[in-house]
Design a protein around this ligand. Structure first.
Ligand SMILES: Cc1ncc(COP(=O)(O)O)c(C=O)c1O
Length: 430
């Protein structure tokens, strides 16, 4: 059986944090073995979280323990198969605590993109001319192309614009495009390119008032803030565990009524049970085992900072602490970036309504040159459009290499902020 199997109640009580800093960074960084690596004599600074985060040792252990002790297909009449069924059920319960839904509303898949195609194709079956789908220019293409695919059925695609000066969503424009023809509004919780956090709850309300469904891409938001699908009242919400300290998997939460009513494209042998009717073929069981421990890592983090009684509360406590720490990183980073000559920040210039994901350009270097120079100093960042192609096109930077993206998560430190600022303000060609 995979170690550390979940229960909804946390039994052990690790010590509460007593220092004034919101997070015990020593404990946190000790959980992640990859963070201690060196690159060409420099400590590795993982500022590439928006592309995928590092994983705690317990996630690595859970994956290998599963393969060592429980490796089997599901629903067989023997021990390891039954253990596998339990591993999957446990991960569903863990993700239900993470998202604030019921376990039978949690669907596993290879990644967010394929889960989104699964839902868009099912919605496409009942869509046609006269129907509209509203998307945004801020979104990752995984929340755009699956919906644009329905144009071949005669569905009209609308786009909500952004305020170009700070890359926030133009809510007025969005509101004006929600009409009685709108079948679905698909919007990101947070932008993986520029860090904007959207007022998703309001958008869901506006969509529902017009009778439209809502599909929330929470991939970029998930490492930064707590998710409560009941509070949002969204119809679907998708995320990827590899962006919040877990293995490479996607997770979809759908309201039970939709998961039961919509018709998936699936093979006959696949069950009609909810939610398994949305999971086709054999899943990645070892990664599913890792998902539970990734959620338990977050719960332990929360439990170390607040006295809490169950896993859901512990996860919420973790995000309170994470957000306080990320706020410190954001303030420092925004101040530092504003002092670098020739640097332009794309995005909100204050720590409010954003997460610590920074898109910048510097006059003298392309984003690829910047990422390469930083990489040589052990600082891992990204360049390009990160699939937020509508945004880079809208801002006119697509043809010039997009942005340099510097992304922080809770395991990053103030020293790492200083390092990247120093590197960007110094002679990059040295
Ligand atoms: C905001 C956002 N949405 C969707 C995706 C796609 O996720 P996946 O790789 O799980 O398909 C990404 C991946 O970078 C992302 O950042």
């Amino acid at each position: 059986m995979v170690g550390g199997q979940m229960s909804n109640c946390i039994v052990e009580s690790p010590p509460l944090k007593t220092s004034t800093h919101p997070l015990d960074l020593n404990w946190i960084r000790a959980q992640f073995p990859s963070l201690s690596q060196n690159v060409k004599g420099h400590p590795a600074a993982f500022l590439d979280g928006p592309g995928g985060t590092q994983v705690p040792q317990r996630v690595i252990d859970a994956i290998s323990d599963y393969l060592r002790t429980s490796n089997a297909n599901t629903c067989g009449a023997y021990t390891t198969s039954r253990q596998t069924d339990q591993v999957i059920a446990g991960a569903r319960a863990a993700m239900a605590d993470f998202l604030g839904c019921d376990a039978d509303e949690v669907v596993f898949g290879p990644n967010m993109t394929s889960l989104t195609f699964a839902i868009s194709r099912a919605i496409g079956r009942e869509s046609g001319p006269g129907d509209e789908i509203l998307l945004t220019h801020l979104d990752h293409d995984a929340n755009i192309s699956p919906w644009r695919a329905l144009e071949e059925r005669g569905v009209k695609i609308q786009f909500a614009d952004i305020h170009q000066e700070d890359c926030s969503l133009d809510l007025e424009d969005l509101t004006s495009k929600i009409t009685s023809r709108t079948k679905l509004v698909a919007v990101g919780y947070a932008s993986n390119a520029v860090g904007t956090i959207n007022d998703v709850k309001t958008i869901v309300r506006l969509a529902h008032e017009a009778g439209a469904l809502t599909y929330i891409d929470a991939v970029h938001y998930a490492p930064h803030g707590p998710i409560d699908v009941r509070e949002l009242d969204c119809d679907f919400l998708a995320c990827s565990t590899y962006k919040f300290f877990g293995p490479h998997m996607g997770v979809l939460c759908g309201k039970r009524e939709h998961l039961a009513r919509l018709t998936p494209y699936k093979i006959r042998a696949n069950t009609e049970a909810v939610p398994q009717r949305w999971e086709w073929g054999t899943l990645n069981h070892e990664c599913i085992a890792g998902i539970t421990t990734c959620v338990e890592y977050l719960a332990e983090l929360g439990q170390r900072s607040e006295q809490v009684s169950d896993r859901r509360q512990a996860i919420q406590a973790a995000y309170r602490a994470i957000q306080m720490h990320e706020h410190i990183l954001m303030k420092k980073m925004l101040r530092g970036l504003s002092e670098i000559r020739g640097l332009r920040l794309y995005g909100i210039n204050s720590p409010r309504s954003r997460c610590p994901t920074f898109a910048v350009r510097i006059e003298t270097h392309t984003p690829l040159e910047l990422a390469t120079r930083l990489g040589e100093r052990g600082i891992f960042t990204w360049d390009g459009n990160y699939y937020a192609i509508n945004l880079t096109e809208r801002l006119g930077v697509e043809k010039d290499g997009g942005f340099l993206r510097i992304g922080f998560v809770h395991y990053n430190t103030e020293e790492e902020v200083d390092r990247v600022l120093d590197a960007l303000s110094g002679d990059l060609d040295r």
